[in-house]
Ligand binder design. Sequence first.
Ligand code: AMP
Ligand code: GLY
Length: 443
Amino acid sequence: MSANLNNSKILNKLDNILIIGSGGRENSLAWIIEKNELVKKIYIIPGNAGSEKIKKCKRINLDIYDKKKLINKLQFLDINLIVIGPEDPLSKGLGDYLRDNDFNVFGPGADGAKLESSKSWAKEFMNEGNIPTAKFWKVNSIDKAKEIIFSSPDPLVVKADGLASGKGVFIPNSKDECLEATKSILNGKFGDAGQIVVLEEKIQGPEVSVFAICDGKRYLLLPTAQDHKRLNENDEGPNTGGMGAYSPTPLITKSYLERIKKEIIQPTIDGLINKNIEYRGVLYFGLMITQSGPKVIEYNCRFGDPECQTIMPLMDKDFVTFLQKCAMGKLIGNEEIKISNKVSGCVIATSRGYPNDYKTGFKIKFGETDNEDLQIFDSGTSLNKNNETVTSGGRVLSIVCQDSDFDKVFEKAYQNLSKIDFEGIFYRKDIGHQVRTKYKKER
Ligand code: AMP
Ligand code: GLY
């Protein structure tokens, strides 16, 4: 069991919130949390150049792994709720440590984060709970891998077991490529994250993202989304951290969602409870909708990026109270999260060269953008010595719009995006093609 979970302070105060992370995801969380009038101050460690543009938000420059300093600072700031964004600190047990020190934390302990930090652990977990997923083999030697790859009648996918910043999955085109990818991982391409390789049956179908916020026993669902992982239009090119997203996705009807709940979500919650893992945070189900039904491609222990930026503007100002209830183990389970009846879309502006090498440090011209139902969340930006916002990452800005239909959403997103500029700006023009009339007609 994650340590000291029962010890959470019984607080309803939401004066001071802390968010850990530095991307567009964390800025979108700050943006929705800020809307609640009970919230007085949002601290973000470390945030980025866009964070302090969000009302009530203040960045703190502190090493989150300097635990003593961190606790002293958070006690001094009288933090009521901590939201941990990225998987890395979660898998290293930051959630446990903060809970041990009596903070309310939205984010699982290292035990629950294993769903993301060890793919073989997650696959075994799914097998134990009869949760539909692709068949798999766990290997730690090249000989064993060879045997499996060359005796398999079907194509396989190769995955490094541990966290590899989204780069640890290979979809080979031949058995030789499959073996090469396995060798490179086992020979240290991803360091310790590649001591074990998971070989997986290659399955097919559209991918969707489903998010459940959990309090350890119960859960509530957020709107579904579809991410665009490939770099180029027509979903071609290398995998990236996500070039855009839209929400909700019509691929998941109400009745299909019931099926996902029954076959995947509830068995996952039950499996965690059976293992004495009190999971307080968001469970991100990366699903493939196959001909034989939904299958789990991966679990993540955090909000997806750019799905989070896409979904948060559909939330109500009370959203933060649900995060707090999860952190305190106090969901009832039948609460209704208020969700806008609009739809939302997000386009990511990247630095040319991403997801491989790219240059940073270019000044960003934001132009005259609208502000109604439009958010620009900084994803990878920093301030230069003249206090100007410059690019500092591969994924630079998340441009998010809401409207009554997806055609309007993306028209507005691209219109606003055309006013934004920085050297080497690159973005896909077909984000949301699954739900835009223009692309439906072309098909
Ligand atoms: P992951 O990091 O596990 O989400 O994998 C990255 C991407 O690889 C997924 O979004 C899928 O597009 C693809 N992928 C992963 N596992 C499989 C699989 N078993 N079959 C087909 N494609 C997969
Ligand atoms: N959108 C994919 C991810 O966050 O991993």
